[in-house]
Design a protein around this ligand. Structure first.
Ligand SMILES: [Cu+2]
Length: 173
């Protein structure tokens, strides 16, 4: 019985950290600034090294700044508002080389939307031979559905109300 419960939890839980391309952490507070890494666990196929990773930034993210990364060049695509101050990063592309049998993290510091819910980041992983599009989105009407190339998701949890925080012992504001 206990075994069956654990198995069910595993099936419903987040994707394994080293499979596919996943967001790490996969959960953050709505409205917060958070550093989120896009973790690449393998190449596009057997022995097929990753040479480029393009992460699309969803609309509600007010700002996204990539962390400099030794051995990789970074290109930031921006929205086209006339006022430079209003332009936001719409996609970030890293170019370099990651062998298939190694993993790496590609980090963004983001101002997350205030609204709780799932934030989806479509990712295209380009390799020396192939390409993987991590762009599939789960259908909430079909729980348990298996996606072969799910897009990384960050679950935004509601920000704690200020009153609750003030009532917590040891919290100073
Ligand atoms: Cu995988």
């Amino acid at each position: 019985m206990r075994k069956r419960i654990l198995l069910a939890a595993a099936l419903l839980g987040p994707a394994p950290a080293l499979a596919h391309v996943v967001a790490a952490p996969g959960e953050a507070k709505a409205g917060s600034y958070a550093a989120i890494a896009f973790r690449v666990g393998h190449g596009c196929g057997a022995d097929d090294a990753t040479v480029r990773l393009r992460v699309e930034i969803p609309d509600g993210v007010a700002s996204a700044r990539p962390q400099p990364k030794t051995g990789w060049t970074i290109a930031i695509e921006k929205s086209d508002e006339a006022d430079p101050a209003r332009r936001r990063a719409t996609a970030v592309t890293w170019t370099g080389r990651l062998p298939d049998d190694q993993f790496d993290d590609f980090s963004l510091l983001m101002k997350l939307p205030a609204q709780a819910g799932d934030l989806v980041f479509p990712v295209v992983q380009t390799c020396e031979a192939g390409e993987s599009q991590w762009t599939e989105i789960a259908d909430p009407a079909r729980p348990g559905q298996k996606l072969t190339h799910p897009a990384p998701v960050v679950r935004l949890t509601p920000a704690a109300p200020v009153d609750d925080m003030a009532g917590m012992p040891g919290m100073k504001h």
